[in-house]
Write a protein that binds this ligand. Structure first.
Ligand code: KIV
Ligand code: ZN
Length: 512
């Protein structure tokens, strides 16, 4: 019988460590619900001891999610571990993931500890965690660049203390598939009690090989858990992309011979939700979830696919949740049809009152845009979730004038803590004028490090989705806004980024 492969999703922890990708408790909860629909085995919900916000997010997810195991990261110390256990109390099934660096470089320069001290701390941490929960994962950070003899000693010791999963991170994305696969294999062969734990791979994408390395860790090394994130979100070049690694194992079942519990039809919805929440746009040619992943532009390919789909397609678009971009609703659609569509899209609303609010936003949109696509509904629902968070700044209205040869001018009305203000400004273009009009009143002093516009459903009739990345006093945040008018979408995105800058998040970095 084929072995089971555990899919461990760390979008809400390692993914969130990506600059600008920080999420609120409610955003994380929404994504966790989607991960549960995707049927991931383990959701790493955060790093409870890193901030009160993260603690609350892990706790809310632990209380809400029933079908996946909920995990919190913690450094190898009693305080972090106790905090993780406290946040996980409400979970049906919980895991503590504790880690400490084991490479010579990290031990000497970052931790300023000797190898013997690290070994001792790792043992104490796992022992302490095992007294609180039955499921304990241990990661030797920068494991792939660690001395194999020392690593074997650490792993043997923590398994003896009760670690149930051993995760071997390629923290800096330095590995090569064959070498990483053999590294895992040799650790498993050399550690005497290796059969007492599940082996796991955790690969970063600095050289673009996170997915290939993870697959080699499974195929050559015999690992039976993969740690990954939706859209490959994560620090620097990101983590192993869930959608790619899962579809590789499913499509090449003949080669990997492994079974997973994943409902792949939920992949595209998860990808969209993560992209719309974080503002990290998915590139069109991205495998599985990019807009072009199943588009056949060349005549020869189109002809082939029409005659026999498998001439040029190795997966079916529906298998990963691409619907045929159909018009789903319009302005004559009623509340029940809207509610039914939300259900089909996997969007769960807390109450009938929330559905009513979302429905009236839908009607407003349908008055301005004749065809409403699934993408529009998802954007509307994400925006609605943000609006409900009693944000400091809110969009009210905008007027702007631009004409060839004239300098554009914008006037914007927005709320600050519920009070209306008007800002006015000129600018190089209408977007510039609108954002400067906001700044004329707010004076945030933030620097804009990214501005991008994306058409949500592909045509000029679609809504524009704008991402604005702001940096201030060492913090980087992304704001996202959607509207059929891209200047309004830009203003909404800017206000959303300002709101995120306002929310004070003092966090401890996982790799700090
Ligand atoms: O990349 C890494 O080493 C990590 C650990 C904390 C598991 O994310
Ligand atoms: Zn990592």
């Amino acid at each position: 019988m084929a072995d089971k492969l555990i899919i461990f999703d760390t979008t809400l922890r390692d993914g969130e460590q990506s600059p600008g990708a920080s999420m609120t408790r409610d955003e994380k909860l929404r994504i966790a619900r989607q991960l549960e629909r995707l049927r991931v085995d383990v959701i790493e919900a955060g790093f409870a001891a890193s901030s009160n916000g993260d603690f609350e997010a892990v706790k809310a997810i632990a209380n809400a999610i029933k079908d996946s195991t909920i995990c919190s990261l913690s450094r190898a110390n009693d305080r972090d571990i106790s905090r993780a256990a406290e946040a996980l109390v409400g979970a049906n099934s919980s895991r503590i993931h504790t880690f400490i660096a084991t490479s010579a470089l990290h031990m000497e320069k970052k931790l300023r500890m000797t190898p013997e001290q690290v070994l001792e701390q790792a043992k104490l941490a796992v022992r302490f965690a095992r007294n609180l929960v039955a499921d304990v994962e241990f990661s030797p950070e920068d494991g792939y660049r660690s001395d194999p003899d020392f690593l074997c000693r650490v792993i043997e010791a923590v398994i003896a203390e009760g670690a149930t999963t051993i995760n071997v991170p390629d923290t800096v994305g330095y590995a090569i598939p064959e070498l990483y696969g053999n590294f895992i294999k040799s650790l498993r062969e050399r550690v005497p009690n290796s059969d007492k734990a599940v082996w796991s791979v955790h690969c970063h994408n600095d050289l673009g090989m996170a997915v290939a390395n993870s697959l080699a860790g499974v195929k050559i090394g015999g690992a039976r858990q993969i740690e990954c994130t939706i859209n490959g979100l994560g620090e620097r070049a990101g983590n192993c992309a869930l959608e790619e690694v899962v579809m590789a194992i499913k499509t090449r079942r003949d080669y990997f011979d492994l079974v997973m519990g994943i409902d792949t039809s939920q992949i595209v919805a998860a990808s969209r939700m993560v992209s719309q929440t974080t503002g990290f746009v998915v590139q069109p040619n991205k495998a599985v979830v990019g807009a072009n992943a199943f588009a056949h532009a060349s005549g020869i390919h189109q002809d082939g696919v029409l005659k026999a789909r498998d001439t040029y397609e190795i997966m079916r678009a529906e298998e990963v949740g691409w619907s045929a971009n159909k018009i789903v609703l319009g302005k004559l659609s009623g509340r029940n049809a809207f509610k039914q569509r939300l259900h089909e899209l996997g969007v769960q609303m807390e109450s009938e009152a929330d559905i009513n609010t979302a429905f009236s936003k839908f009607k407003e949109l349908a008055d301005r845009k004749s065809e409403i696509f699934d993408e529009d509904i998802l954007a509307l629902v994400s925006e609605e979730a943000v609006t409900q968070q009693h944000e400091q700044y809110g969009f009210v209205s905008l007027s702007q004038h631009s004409e060839t040869g004239e300098r554009p001018h914008a006037s914007i009305v927005f709320t600050v803590e519920g009070r209306e203000f008007t800002g006015e400004s000129d600018g190089n273009g209408p977007v510039d004028a609108s954002l400067k009009a906001i700044e004329s009143h707010v004076r945030s002093g933030a620097e804009m490090v990214l501005y991008s516009v994306n058409a949500i459903s592909g045509s000029t009739e679609s809504q524009g989705e704008v991402t604005v990345r702001l940096q201030n006093s060492g913090r980087v945040v992304n704001g996202v806004g959607a509207d059929p008018d891209i200047i309004v979408a830009s203003a909404k995105a800017y206000l959303s980024a300002l709101n995120k800058l306002q929310s004070k998040a003092d966090r401890v970095a996982a790799q700090g």
